[in-house]
Design a protein around this ligand. Structure first.
Ligand code: PLP
Length: 388
């Protein structure tokens, strides 16, 4: 049997070169060859995030939630005002983390499928004092994209730091950390960055580092504290070995390969490819007669698609989709969990993946008795892919 394509919103399909790097004999974490690879990965991370030379990347062993935890542990102190731009499940997780570190959290919440505009954020920032705004670039539970550029702009005007959860966006959605003025962009290896699960990645602005340096109190997380990690990252980038806690050696080797593949393609090309693949999948889904969770396609993510089940179809249809060649994900947002499913299309995704996903959805629908004319979804997707 041909292995079905893994098309959930992370983990995703990884390239053969990335998997080969994972499978190498594990080196010492202080081996000069590994130190060079780690240093290169740090430099390349800055480029993928389109961050400035004075921004500090961190590569930590852990998942995306650790990247969120580390950003907040370092930037939020008891009593700090935090405005959480809430577009779904992962925004609420961010709010929980902020509360855990003593933040006075206000949520600016969208209904599932809606986004929050920079104007709404500006209004809240003008109403009281906030030290920090958090944004989920793409909330994986709704497929909603937030205008991070616009939010970062109004946050800067209000003198507020901005932390962006880019876990389902970074290296897929357009993002320009330095130009947009995002203080912390964070992600995890297993999403569009294209490396198996296990790395938490953060890039931090000089302003955020200054806020951290000026803390009145110790960071409440031992492992996530930037204090012991900063000299380690500086050492690796300076091609010197250093130790605080053992890095995930093989994952870092794989990450270095993946970052190089992304940069070889070019960030503008990567953004454009994600848009095209997303447009094709969404066109195919619409042609099959399925609605989507985002209430307006202008704020729909390009890294995943969240179709609503048509009448009479539920999550059991995903088993049929899998038989037809694609592993998709069920719903995640608690309010609408049983009403929709999710197709991830990020990282090294190509036109054939988009077609395979649409074809598998089509086959799955037919298998559960939902009548669709063979090929209508594919024709719509193909029309997008072949358009000039
Ligand atoms: C996947 C995801 C996370 C959590 O990442 P883990 O690696 O599962 O901890 C956080 N935020 C967003 C937007 C995500 O998509």
């Amino acid at each position: 049997m041909i292995r079905p394509r893994l098309m959930i919103p992370g983990p995703i399909e990884f390239t053969d070169e990335v998997m080969a790097a994972m499978g190498q004999p594990t080196k010492s974490h202080v081996d000069p060859d590994f130190v060079a690879v780690f240093g290169q990965a740090l430099r390349d991370l800055r480029k993928v995030f389109l961050a400035g030379d004075d921004y500090q990347p961190f590569i930590l062993a852990g998942s995306g939630t650790l990247a969120m935890d580390s950003a907040i542990a370092n930037l939020v102190e008891e009593g700090d005002g935090v405005l959480v731009v809430d577009t779904g499940y992962f925004s609420e997780r961010m709010a929980d983390i902020c509360r855990r570190y003593g933040g006075r959290v206000d949520l600016l919440s969208a209904a599932p499928g809606d986004t929050i505009t920079p104007e709404q954020v500006a209004e809240r920032l003008n109403s009281r004092n906030y030290e920090l705004v958090t944004v989920t670039h793409v909330d994986t539970s709704t497929g909603v994209l937030v205008d991070v550029e616009g939010v970062a702009k109004v946050a800067k005007e209000a003198g507020t730091l901005v932390v962006v959860d880019g876990v389902c966006a970074t290296a897929g959605e357009e993002m320009r950390q330095a130009e947009w003025g995002v203080d912390v962009y964070l992600t995890a290896s297993q999403k569009a960055i294209g490396t198996p699960p296990g790395l938490a990645l953060l890039v931090v602005s000089p302003e955020a580092l200054a806020k951290w340096r000026g803390r009145r109190t110790a960071v409440g997380s031992y492992y996530g504290d930037w204090g012991p990690w900063l000299p380690i990252m500086e050492a690796y980038e300076g091609l010197r070995a250093a130790y605080f806690a053992t890095p995930a050696v093989n994952l870092v080797e794989a990450l270095a390969v993946s970052l190089k593949q992304i940069l070889d393609e070019g960030m503008e090309q990567v953004f454009a490819r994600h848009r095209r693949i997303s447009d094709a999948v969404k066109a195919g889904i619409s042609a099959l007669g399925l609605e989507q969770v985002p209430t307006d396609m202008r704020h729909a993510a390009h890294t995943l698609t969240c179709p609503r089940y048509p009448p009479g179809v539920d999550a059991s249809f995903l088993k049929e989709v899998r038989k037809a060649g694609a592993i998709l994900a069920g719903g995640l947002h608690p309010k609408i969990k049983t009403e929709y499913f999710r197709i991830g299309h990020m990282g090294a995704v190509n036109a054939n993946d988009a077609l395979a996903a649409v074809a598998a959805v089509e086959a799955g629908l037919r298998a559960v008795g939902y009548a669709v004319e063979p090929g209508v979804g594919l024709a719509a997707a193909q029309a997008v892919l072949t358009a000039a």
